[in-house]
Write a protein that binds this ligand. Structure first.
Ligand SMILES: Nc1ncnc2c1ncn2[C@@H]1O[C@H](COP(=O)(O)OP(=O)(O)OP(=O)(O)O)[C@@H](O)[C@H]1O
Ligand SMILES: [Mg+2]
Length: 384
């Protein structure tokens, strides 16, 4: 465990009734970072927060906070506070009293309470709103009151359980900036729970992707987006084209009826693999210029781009994000570079995956692709 570890889960299992809700969860979280637990409903995200806060206890394993095992330590003895999805504010109290509530219960001195409440309101940019009733606050402002109410206790760790899901899209995006900014100003550890991948990508230092009580993959947003471990992660994080392929040998993969250069290796010869290419990495071009051809089947205008879906000669579907229009039934070329091809071994563990990646994708800090003729067969002329 590193010196700046603030919280450590060591082989945590949690059982409710007959079912194992969390299965062998281990991680070390560092002080002052923004972490996100990302996964679908019921995968165990809130249960992890509840274990950290002390609202429930692990069936087995250890939870270490600030160097001490805290498995049975009551919530009020932990320097942890939670912001709940529904904010759980007191509707009949004004903003000041809502934020001050916890300190009053603890019987803190009046002038000390005032100072701390004012500090917390300043941190969430609500100075001047002290006397407002909760019912007179907007959704985003209520959200900030809820955060101030947690911050007033000066937690080392702030747990945020889907705090933005009740807000409309525009406000949610604004609050993403604000939360990220707040975390950086305060320098405390945030653990944020969401099932929204965009939220996770936008805010986090590190994301834990969960599935059915397990952590499937962890890493920075870019790591996870660019190098998904498997089908599940690739699908969960962003739009993906996932097709079956064959790894001919290192750095050579066959799919859609053709052999392509790629930057992955370490598989068996002729191993069946899954190939991922992001829709925004596919460049639509003239059929003669692309390194693959598709027949356009549908086209949707998405505001910033068109979303085009087409079929290759092998029957695979490809989604393309492009600013160009195409007609249904038209044949277009798709161009992409070796580094846009991400290869996943079926059933590979995260550990084996990370080891293989470090051995094959990067050599002395230089991408292997530099040794491959990257532009071969690829003309990035977008003129269709
Ligand atoms: N107190 C409890 N008693 C029994 N089962 C529980 C309890 N709390 C949670 N569970 C079960 O544990 C599983 C995980 O629940 P959890 O609340 O951690 O999921 P989640 O990932 O937060 O989901 P959501 O996104 O819907 O909030 C669910 O199947 C849930 O029904
Ligand atoms: Mg939950």
């Amino acid at each position: 465990m590193a010196e700046n570890t603030i919280i450590s889960f060591q082989n945590i299992y949690k059982q409710y009734d007959e079912s194992m809700i969390l299965k062998d969860i281990s991680f070390d979280l560092e002080k002052g970072k923004f972490y996100t637990l990302l996964g679908p409903s019921g995968c165990g995200k809130s249960t992890i927060l509840n274990l950290i806060a002390g609202f429930t206890q692990a069936t087995s394993g250890s939870i270490v906070l600030d160097g001490k095992t805290v498995n049975t330590l009551p919530p009020n003895k932990r320097k942890v506070n939670t912001v709940f999805q529904d904010y759980a504010l007191f509707p009949h109290m004004n903003v000041y009293d809502n934020v001050a509530y916890g300190l009053k219960i603890k019987k803190a001195a009046k002038d000390q309470i005032k100072e701390k409440v004012m500090d917390a309101l300043r941190a969430v940019r609500l100075s001047g709103f002290e006397k407002r009733e909760i019912s007179e606050m907007s959704g985003g402002q209520r959200q900030r009151v809820a955060i101030a109410r947690a911050l007033v206790n000066e937690p080392e760790i702030l747990l945020l359980d889907e705090p933005l899901s009740a807000l409309d899209l525009k406000l949610r995006t604004e609050m993403q900036y604000e939360l990220r900014d707040l975390q950086q100003r305060l320098g405390i550890t945030f653990i944020f729970v969401t099932h929204d991948q965009e939220e996770a990508l936008a805010m986090s230092d590190e994301i834990f992707v969960m599935k059915e009580g397990e952590i499937v993959q962890s890493g920075t947003p870019i790591d996870i987006y660019d190098e998904p471990l498997n089908n599940y992660v690739a699908d969960f994080i962003g739009e993906s084209n996932i097709v079956k392929g064959t790894m001919i040998r290192d750095y050579k993969v066959e799919f859609a009826g053709k052999v392509f250069d790629c930057v992955d290796g370490g598989m068996n010869e002729n191993e069946t693999v899954e190939v991922v290419i992001r829709p925004e990495d596919l460049v639509m071009t003239r059929p003669s210029l692309g390194n693959m051809k598709i027949i356009v089947q549908s086209q949707l205008f998405r505001g910033v781009h068109y979303e085009i879906i087409g079929e290759d000669p092998e029957g695979n579907e490809w989604m393309v994000h492009t600013t160009r229009k195409a007609e249904v039934g038209e044949e277009v070329g798709l161009a992409f570079e070796p580094r846009d091809i991400h290869i996943m071994r079926i059933g590979e563990t995260e550990e084996a995956f990370n080891t293989r990646l470090s051995e094959y994708a990067v050599v002395n800090g230089t991408m292997v692709q530099e040794t491959i003729d990257m532009e071969k067969g690829v003309d990035l002329n977008n003129d269709i």
